[in-house]
Each structure stands twice: as C-alpha cells, then as structure tokens.
Design a protein around this ligand. Structure first.
Ligand SMILES: Nc1ncnc2c1ncn2[C@@H]1O[C@H](COP(=O)(O)OP(=O)(O)O)[C@@H](O)[C@H]1O
Ligand SMILES: [Mg+2]
Length: 244
C-alpha cells in the first residue's frame, strides 16, 4: 500500500502533482496528487466533501493552485486556461451542468466540437456507434432524456474534441445499477481506444473494479493510492470507504 505523499509518476500522461489550493482563504486541497497513465483508467474515490471535484477542477485549470503543478505529457500546463487545455487534448465532463438541456442531443455534440475547424462528422459517427441511443434521439432536447442518456450526451460532447485524456466527475451519479454497468462498459471501451480516463466515482467498489489505479482522497489529501484490485482487497480501505 502506497502511503502519501504520492510520488510523481514518470509514465503519467496527466498529473496534478502536490496540488494545494482552494476557493478562497482556506485551502481545500493539501498537496494532493492524482495522475493517469496512457490508455489506463484512474479512479478517485472518497467521502462527500473530500475535494474530489475540486481536484478535478484544479487539474482542468478551473482553480488557482497555491502550490503544485499540472503536467500533460511531461509539459507544465499549470498556467493554461481550461480552453487551452482542451486544445492540448484534455476533455472534461463536470459533475453538474454538463449538458445544455434545451438544445438537441446533436447540438450538444456540435457544441463539444467548438474548438475544431476541421470536419467533425466522423467523430460524431463514432460517438453514435458508442452510444446508439443518442443517434435515435439526436433531434430531441437533451433535457428530455433519462439520467443515463444525459450522461452519455455529456461524455459524447467531451469526446468531440478527440481528447487524449478524458476526465469524468461522477459519470454514473443518479443512474440505476444496470445503467451504471453499461456506462462503465462504454468507459472501458473508450480507454481501449488509447484515451486515458481520470474519473471520480461515488460507486467506489464498482469503479475500483475497472480501475488500473485508485486514489482515496480524504480532506483534500491522498489517503491511499494503489491498483484498483489492491485497494479493493485492503481491509482498512474496505472498512472505511467501501462499506465493509
Ligand atoms: N465553489 C466553491 N466555493 C467554495 N467552497 C467550495 C466550492 N465547491 C466546493 N467547495 C468546498 O470544497 C470542499 C470539497 O468539495 P468538493 O470538491 O465538491 O468535494 P467532493 O467532490 O469530494 O464531494 C467542500 O468543503 C465544499 O464545501
Ligand atoms: Mg464532487
């Protein structure tokens, strides 16, 4: 079991290293490190309010860090805006307000392609292959879709820029266990195409099952870091964070 501080990972495609910062006077993140390797799935779990979403925002450039660094393919991107990070290959699906409810499914995907100047129809076709229901509903307002389908829209939107790293904050929030399993299967499929996945999950046990690497965050700091399987097998992690 790796104890914190988590050492920098030279293989990491994306790393937020020793991140310290917050929204105002008090820090929320305390030397927090999260990273993902190429084509792998890294999962962040931890109690409500632990700072998981804050860590994701920090990695995506939506939070000013007081200390620490974000690196993409070895390059320091700490000073870049979120939009510049998208241009460098990062995609982000936030926990809330991740679709445009009054726009159609297809318009949502088109919005996702905002930085592209080339023909994105092939990417859209790939997304419809991945999520066939979205093709059927492409003319419907996204807000009329089920929770699981809306999450598919949000993931599809983020894929429109052809990211090399896809960050997902609680993609299975509020969906049934069956829909959760289906979403996880699609996420595995995305990772198999070489896209690295950095994901926060409330369904910790199920998410760690598919995780190459897992991070347990508590009060803005790394508590446990290991392979998904090792975390699932650890009695202390099970008792404290996985419900026994
Ligand atoms: N926009 C914000 N402004 C001020 N404090 C915030 C904001 N968002 C979250 N927080 C605080 O930061 C802490 C971590 O929140 P968050 O990162 O959302 O946790 P998690 O995603 O692990 O549930 C909480 O104490 C929360 O109240
Ligand atoms: Mg959150």
């Amino acid at each position: 079991m790796s104890e914190h501080p988590v050492l920098p990972d030279p293989e990491a495609v994306l790393i937020g290293e020793a991140m310290t910062g917050g929204y105002g006077a008090a820090d929320i993140l305390h030397s927090c490190t999260i990273a993902v390797d190429k084509g792998q799935i890294a999962v962040i779990v931890g109690p409500n309010g632990a700072g998981k979403s804050t860590a994701m925002k920090a990695v995506f450039g939506m939070l000013n860090l007081r200390k620490g660094q974000v690196r993409l393919n070895g390059e320091d991107i700490t000073a870049l805006s979120p939009q510049d990070r998208v241009a460098r290959g990062m995609g982000f699906v936030p926990q809330v307000r991740n679709i445009f409810p009054s726009m159609t499914v297809e318009e949502n995907l088109e919005m996702g392609a905002f930085i592209r100047t080339d023909d994105y129809r092939e990417t859209m076709a790939q997304i419809y292959d991945l999520f066939p229901i979205l093709k059927d509903k492409r003319r419907q307002a996204a807000g009329e879709l089920s929770g699981g389908q809306r999450q598919q829209v949000a993931v599809g939107r983020a894929l429109m820029t052809k990211p090399s790293v896809l960050m997902l904050d609680e993609p299975t929030a509020g969906v049934s266990p069956i829909v959760m399993d289906e979403l996880f299967d699609r996420i595995i499929e995305i990772a198999r195409t070489g896209i690295s996945i950095l994901m926060v999950e409330q369904n910790a046990r199920q998410a760690l099952e598919i995780a190459d690497k897992g991070y347990v965050l508590v009060q803005g700091a790394n508590r446990y870091t290991d392979t998904g399987q090792a975390l699932l097998a650890d009695p202390e992690v099970r008792r404290s964070f996985l419900g026994g």
